[in-house]
Design a protein around this ligand. Structure first.
Ligand code: AHR
Length: 620
């Protein structure tokens, strides 16, 4: 087989071509990207009912030593539930408290990762009719090992009204499966609310779990679509993500039950934090809002205006100046400068729904009137026929088998070049071919992405989905990044993203394969490395077949001696078995392997491994 690369002419690819899609699914945010260690910090899980669902909080002690209940006495209007703890035992007298006291503990999200030498900030709200001496400690899951402890001591007059108490705990040991305990050993009644434990060290100090964001930063995403997905829609509108409920001081946020992925979120990771994450990653935010449609109910177009106003307010929150109504709320949260919001999506996967078109037009007109520069993304697929409504982009989602996705590298070849641009905001190989993240799936995705590069005159953005999975809550398989409380690894699909991280804004060259094989697909780009300012020719090839291939690569149009011998590399993603996966035990079983490439030149003979993705990075 031969690959002819013509470097004398090329086409600039969009700066936004490859990004990420963050959805609150699989505990991606709560218990994942968001650093908060306490799960259900306000005892509100399950909504405003009393008694409330305090899960996963548990009780230390028995009926003879304490009574735990919930009531609606919180000082926070939007989350009224507080935990009431009546301690029946004492440190003197006939009913002596057990050693260590009685109280409650929270195991976080399947265990808290506490690391020796690191500091954790615990904040909580407390009220009592008498004096208090509460021990706040980080313990192993069975409560036997103390990793850090401090006491909150206050006289009755100090805590007769709700009071915020804060302690800093420095861990004296490491345990990935820890819990936070609040205990007392003195008779009396204590109320708790909004109990938080955050590691002191987070990504850019903004509350994100460092190692997870670093994995995102490493793929240089140019945009981040958020916060869903179905999470935005809800099974029912009453459970959909509504941005106004997720901003302001964390203590005042009501939290909500995401009924599609079936878990409660305290919403510490809200609209503000996701905009902040985009900024921290140097990625453009793409906000998906609810358009009055859930999986099971819809707001009629004649009544949609409150939703339209909510979307306009959400945009003003992001980019209004700090004197504007919602811009001032953002400024009060510590970000006086506007966020760089340029794209919004009206709903998610709602195109076929009864009211979609009607509702969409109301959003479109209202947003364009106030923000003519904002690009609006429709849920309706315009890849094979034109849309019956105006849009800057249309959303395209695909989850399919490996063979299908491989052949979908040509999906956009025949798409009209005149309509709105495509945003492939969700794609992945799923089902049997994918397992929980196979090499085979990743290779088909790589081929699909090469196809998108070639069609990047009509496809301006693409993101894999879903991004994260907490190993204890696999709602969706596969995912790009797998984590637990302490560890994380990329699936082969994640590693494929790394091969494409320099494509956005690069120049696509003409690359033609001469071969009888239908198992090969290749692209060639030139990109400039901002670190050394050097220009690289990057040739990527997927060999989707099960035999090795000898390939001659011929590069034309670069000028004499323009490919340098030194400094070039070859990177290969492959494995012994197409269904090979990474795991916590073998996190690097299927990862790209880089080596020196000494054959660099205008004519090169290379060998492609069976079932592989290879990238030649040639210094020009
Ligand atoms: O990525 C998982 C889900 O797939 C998304 O929530 C939804 O948009 C799609 O159906």
């Amino acid at each position: 087989a031969t690959l002819l690369v013509n470097a004398s002419a090329g086409r600039l690819m969009p700066n936004t071509l490859f990004g990420i899609f963050f959805e609150e699914i699989n505990h991606a945010g709560a218990g994942g990207l968001w650093g908060e260690l306490v799960n259900n910090r306000g005892f509100e899980a399950g909504g405003p009912n009393t008694p409330s669902n305090i899960d996963p909080w548990s009780i230390i002690g028995d009926e003879s030593s304490l009574v735990v209940s919930t009531d609606r006495s919180s000082c926070f209007e939007r989350n009224k539930i507080a935990l009431r703890m009546e301690v029946l035992c004492d440190n003197t007298g006939s009913n002596i408290c057990p050693a260590g006291g009685v109280g409650i503990y929270n195991p976080g999200f399947w265990g808290m990762n506490i690391e020796e030498g690191k500091t954790y900030k615990v904040a909580l709200y407390v009220r009592s009719l008498g004096s208090i001496n509460i021990s706040v400690s980080l313990k192993s899951s069975n409560g036997l090992q103390t990793l850090a402890t401090a006491n909150i001591i206050a006289s009755a007059s100090d805590v007769v009204n709700w009071t915020k108490a804060e302690v800093s705990l420095e861990a004296q040991g490491t345990n990935q499966n820890s819990r936070l305990q609040l205990t007392a050993n003195q008779k009396g009644v204590i109320w708790f609310d909004q109990v938080s434990a955050m590691p002191l060290e987070t990504y850019k100090g903004h509350g994100f779990r460092k190692e997870l964001v670093e994995m995102l930063a490493d793929i240089k995403p140019r945009f981040i679509r958020f916060p869903g997905g179905c999470f935005v829609e809800g099974e029912w509108l009453r459970n959909a993500f509504r941005w106004k409920e997720t901003i302001g001081p964390w203590e005042e946020r009501p939290g909500h039950f995401g009924d599609v992925w079936k878990y409660w979120t305290d919403d510490g990771l809200g609209h503000f934090e996701l905009l902040q994450l985009a900024e921290d990653l140097g990625a453009l935010p793409i906000w998906v809002f609810n358009n009055g449609i859930s999986h099971n109910d819809e707001v009629d177009t004649s009544s949609i205006l409150p939703f339209v106003q909510e979307a306009l307010d959400g945009i003003e929150f992001a980019r209004g100046d700090s004197g504007s109504k919602w811009g001032s709320v953002r400024a009060a949260m510590g970000h006086p400068e506007p966020f760089d919001l340029r794209y919004v999506a009206v709903g998610n996967e709602d195109c076929g729904k009864k009211n979609y078109r009607g509702n969409y037009l109301k959003f479109y007109d209202a947003i364009k009137r106030v923000y003519p520069d904002i690009k609006i993304i429709s849920n309706c697929d315009g890849s094979s026929r034109s849309l019956d409504h105006p849009a800057d982009y249309y959303d395209f989602h695909v989850y399919t088998s490996a063979n299908n996705l491989f052949s979908m590298a040509h999906q956009f070849d025949r798409t009209s070049r005149n309509g709105p641009k495509a945003f492939v905001s969700e794609y992945a190989v799923t089902g049997r071919d994918a397992g929980t993240g196979s090499l085979l799936a990743a290779l088909a995705e790589a081929a699909f992405l090469i196809g998108l590069e070639k069609n990047s005159d009509v496809v301006e953005m693409a993101s894999y989905a879903p991004l994260f999975v907490h190993v204890n809550d696999r709602r969706w398989n596969p995912d790009a990044i797998v984590f637990n409380s302490a560890q994380q690894y990329g699936t082969p699909s994640y590693w494929v993203q790394r091969f494409f991280m320099d494509s956005s804004g690069a120049t696509l060259l003409n690359a033609t394969l001469q071969t009888n094989s239908s198992a090969l697909i290749a692209s060639a780009i030139i990109w400039q490395n901002s670190v050394d300012n050097e220009n690289y020719l990057k040739i990527k090839i997927v060999n989707f077949g099960s035999s090795a291939v000898s390939l001659r690569i011929s590069v034309d149009g670069l000028g004499l001696n323009s490919i340098q011998q030194s400094g070039s590399t070859m990177t290969v993603l492959t494995s012994a078995n197409p269904m090979d996966e990474n795991s916590f035990k073998e996190p690097k079983k299927v990862v790209p392997i880089q080596s020196r490439f000494d054959n660099a030149g205008k004519e090169m003979n290379v060998a492609l491994s069976p079932l592989s993705l290879t990238s030649f990075d040639l210094l020009t």
